[in-house]
Design a protein around this ligand. Structure first.
Ligand code: DOR
Ligand code: ZN
Ligand code: ZN
Length: 423
């Protein structure tokens, strides 16, 4: 049998890494063998790691309304560049995705332009509770902001229990952005005289995340996911609650694993995000937690804003950083820090596929042939010219990461090679 595509390299499985050839036909993995498979196209990636396609559960594609920051074409090309074959888009656009019509509209736009699979969260506010069930078939879950961030989505704690019971019949997860609004409001007033970029970290301190995580977890009991955990204490509290709630999961974003608030002196508002950067102790604890399988997902929180917007003063510059183009090269940095390829595979492919209930996330016969091939030893300096994101900058600009994604394959088709999206 001559397959459409055969890839040779080191397959990363849940427990092991083994050298093999992977035969793909009609977008499906058909056979995995040590030797002897031939294809119409053969990719020899002997020195590289073959991962199931990376799945990023947290991106902001900005459509509709903020197309000057990103759109489904540029954003999904940035994903393919970073080895990401499925993304989940957040609802906090200028016209928020808070009812069925708006989700369907976004889907239509995505289908026309996206080069990777795009799935959607439905947004929650106190005004749209009656809409949540109606959209359940079209969304993978619901997103709640318990404080204000980019966009105007906000849900007071008092509504959290009602939301959980309203969506419980759908068995879809509810993901929370956790920072404490009362504390942030108070700090804003207190620190109004400061104009240095680090003031953002003091307005939204570690305690504000800790309070919000504690509050949300005390109010919920089922499929809850905590977005972009940034603090040591936050991760500990989640660990404690995981003992009682086996359905509880959490994400961490690359930026919180790599940078600390000290880096803001150099990169200014280009490192401004919510939750903000924290201390070295927090950063180290997240990395340690990741190595001990305490973090379920590596989610980019790709949140593009333009250079002009970021050059504003600290009070008016928007929060958020683009992180899709660099997702795969960042993963090679994690491996260099001692994270095993198997842990990467769990956080970036297997766990998110399970969370989304997809026939993906494993290099196994019968799975969809979404595959990310990573060369861990091919140092790559991040420069703005090589990015697909429309905003054309990266927090990692000027930094050399130890490796990169060499091929991204979606449904058995190569969509990125030689740093170039070919789809
Ligand atoms: O920094 C952030 N940016 N945090 C968020 O919660 C939203 C995001 C965005 O959409 O820009
Ligand atoms: Zn968030
Ligand atoms: Zn986000």
């Amino acid at each position: 049998m001559v397959y459409d595509l055969v890839i040779e390299g080191k397959v990363v499985d849940l427990e092991n890494i083994f050298e093999a050839r992977v035969g793909i036909e009609d977008g499906i993995i058909k056979e995995i063998k040590k030797q002897g498979l031939g294809g119409e196209r053969n990719i020899n990636a002997k020195n590289s790691l073959i991962f199931p396609g990376f799945i990023d559960l947290h991106v902001h594609m900005r459509v509709p309304g903020w197309e000057h920051k990103e759109d489904f074409s540029t954003g999904t090309k940035a994903a393919a560049h970073g080895g990401v074959t499925t993304v989940v888009d957040m609802p906090n656009t200028i016209v928020p995705a808070t009812n069925l019509e708006r989700i369907l509209e976004k889907k239509k736009l995505a289908v026309k332009k996206a080069v990777v699979d795009v799935l959607f969260y439905g947004g929650v506010s106190k005004e749209n509770i009656s809409e949540l069930k109606k959209m359940s078939d079209e969304v993978i879950g619901y997103k709640v902001y318990v404080c204000e961030s980019t966009g105007d989505m906000y849900l007071p704690y008092e509504y959290v229990e009602e939301i959980e019971s309203e969506v419980s019949s759908s068995n879809k997860p509810v993901s929370f952005h956790c920072e404490d609004k009362p504390m942030i409001e108070e700090r804003k007033k207190k620190l109004a005289g400061r104009n240095d970029p680090e003031v953002h970290c003091d307005i939204r301190p570690a305690e504000s995340e800790v309070i919000a995580i504690e509050k949300v977890l005390s109010l919920t009991k089922s499929r809850v996911n905590i977005c972009h955990v940034s603090t040591k204490r936050g991760l500990e509290i989640i660990g404690e609650h995981k003992q009682k709630n086996k359905l509880l999961t959490c994400e961490v974003a690359p930026i919180h694993l790599f940078f600390t608030r000290k880096d803001i002196a150099e990169k200014k508002n280009f490192l401004k995000m919510n939750p903000p950067l924290r201390s070295e102790q927090d950063r180290k604890s997240l990395l340690e937690g990741l190595m001990k399988d305490k973090i379920d997902f590596l989610a980019s929180d790709h949140a593009p804003h333009t250079v002009e917007e970021k050059e504003n003063d600290v009070w008016s510059a928007p929060s958020g950083v683009p992180e899709l183009d660099t997702y795969g090269s960042f993963v090679t940095w994690l491996m260099k820090m001692g994270v095993s390829p198997q842990t990467i595979m769990k956080m970036c492919s297997y766990n998110p596929a399970k969370f989304l209930n997809l026939n993906k996330g494993l290099i196994e016969k019968g799975k969809v042939a979404d595959i990310t091939i990573v060369d861990p030893k091919c140092p790559t300096k991040i420069t703005s010219e090589n990015l697909y994101t429309k905003c054309k900058w990266s927090p990692f600009e000027g930094i050399e990461l130890p490796g990169k994604v060499v091929y991204t394959i979606r449904n058995g088709e190569v969509i990125m090679e030689n740093e170039t999206v070919v789809s």
